[in-house]
Design a protein around this ligand. Structure first.
Ligand code: ADP
Ligand code: ASP
Ligand code: MG
Length: 412
């Protein structure tokens, strides 16, 4: 007998019929002798609609109220899932984030889980009940509802699995595992049997939304066995049909490149002709940090004239307006001109094998050159190389790189 957390994403609970199908999988796990805690997302499209309503009232709305609104989608599916389980003869009960509680920080809209109290759920699970929990939501110290950022139900599920000491956390979604790249963009993408936490974390943070980055971070830290699998196929999690996210040591053969991620959620800012003197970078980036704008890639040119230089950096597209305003208002920051672009995208090549092999970057640049794709910014880490390109070229770049690194199914 194992204790399992089973999370169903938005498309897996998109309507009543799908909720009943998801419930049937839970029933099979229970009948196999397992204790199951279910985490549900909102029905697909619902969170987007709720976010839209908030924006219609006020683009700069109160984030506390935003959380009250957007957390509601998961409340609906929790109750419906419990009912569907009951209908199939299973004792089930739903518990909202504040009832458990899922304690979080007070950064509304992107709160982080600080503690999950497993006591109540463990008691119920030991009594033979299936517990249903809404993903994405928690409660702050002040007792207000919070949400964990888009895609946050993955993080709820993993944090819960860690708190319960679960044997496994199954993430049921609309693809049957983690692929070498988004299979919706590259149909030849290959499903991975296993992927290391480190690589999965890079892929997620670079745009592969199959798992929220924070969920992988917690799974790695707490040693949660994590599986991504399809809710539309006949298997259940205990058949282990999906992709297992595991420790690096468990990967038999380290691929040079294991995956390609991309993100359209990018914007580029260039500040022309700032004085090339100590302290300028701080004058640029301190006000942005104070405005809670995360900076991703940064390039500073050499000062060709010995006096001024240009600084380029990238941020999330949603932060562009605020970044412009922040820089325009920055105290004693001198520059000639601010140039911005929101039609850019980031493409990243990820692989643990890069730690010990060279030539990955060279192949990336040659492949893009052959397709006539201009690279605007480059950044690297130990296991990834990212480049910024014009958004129109993102899919072409991903397909070309996927082929160049031999990642297609059927390739060696
Ligand atoms: P859910 O609603 O179940 O949480 P998401 O839409 O958040 O599902 O995540 C699943 C989606 O992630 C897939 O439909 C796929 O398009 C996308 N995706 C991006 N990169 C990858 C990848 N490398 N492997 C698998 N899916 C990926
Ligand atoms: N419903 C939330 C969202 O769409 C959380 C999730 O599905 O993971 O972002
Ligand atoms: Mg998701």
């Amino acid at each position: 007998m194992a204790l399992i957390v089973a999370k169903f994403g938005g498309t897996s609970v998109a309507d009543v019929e799908r909720i009943e199908r998801a419930a049937a999988k839970v029933v099979r796990e229970v009948k196999a002798g397992n204790k199951v805690c279910v985490v549900v997302s909102a029905m697909s499209g619902v969170t987007n609609q709720l976010v839209g309503y908030c924006g219609e009232i006020n683009k700069l709305h109160d984030t506390r109220e935003y959380d009250v609104v957007v957390s509601s989608g998961e409340q609906i599916t929790s109750g419906l899932m419990a009912m569907a389980l009951q209908k199939q003869g299973i004792s089930a009960r739903s518990w909202l984030g504040w009832q458990i509680p899922f304690k979080t920080t007070d950064q509304h809209g992107r709160a982080r889980i600080t503690d999950v109290d497993a006591e109540l759920l463990l008691e119920r699970l030991n009594d033979g009940e299936v517990c249903v929990v809404p993903g994405f939501q928690g409660v702050t110290e002040a007792g207000r509802i919070s949400t964990l950022g888009r895609g946050g139900s993955d993080t709820s599920a993993v944090a819960l699995a860690a708190a319960l000491g679960a044997e496994r956390c199954d993430i049921y979604t609309d693809v049957d595992g983690v692929y070498t790249t988004d299979p919706r963009v590259v149909p030849q993408a290959r499903k991975l049997k296993t992927i290391s936490f480190e690589e999965m974390m890079e892929l997620a943070s670079l745009g592969a939304k199959v798992l929220q980055t924070r969920s992988v971070e917690i799974a790695m830290k707490k040693g949660v066995a994590l599986q991504v699998l399809s809710s539309f196929e006949d298997h259940i999690g205990s058949d282990l049909p999906g992709t297992l996210v595991v420790n690096e040591e468990k990967i038999m053969e380290e691929e040079l490149v294991s995956g390609i991620a991309f993100s359209r959620d990018e914007a580029k800012v260039t500040i022309l002709r700032v004085p090339d003197v100590p302290g300028v970078a701080s004058k640029v980036f301190s006000p942005l940090a104070k405005a809670a704008i995360n900076i991703d890639m940064i390039v500073q040119n050499v000062a060709a004239d010995g006096k001024t230089t240009d600084i380029t950096f990238t941020i999330a597209r949603a932060d562009l307006e605020r970044a412009i305003k922040t820089l325009e208002d920055a105290p004693d920051l001198e520059y000639e001109k601010l140039i911005t672009a929101d039609d850019v995208a980031k493409v990243s090549v990820v692989g643990i094998g890069m730690k010990s092999h060279s030539g990955v970057a060279e192949k990336m640049f040659a492949t893009l050159a052959a397709k006539g794709i201009n690279i605007q910014v480059i950044s690297t880490s130990e296991i990834k190389i990212s480049i910024l390109v014009e958004e129109d070229y993102v899919e072409l770049a991903v397909r070309a790189l996927h082929a160049a690194y031999g990642l297609e199914s059927g390739a060696a």
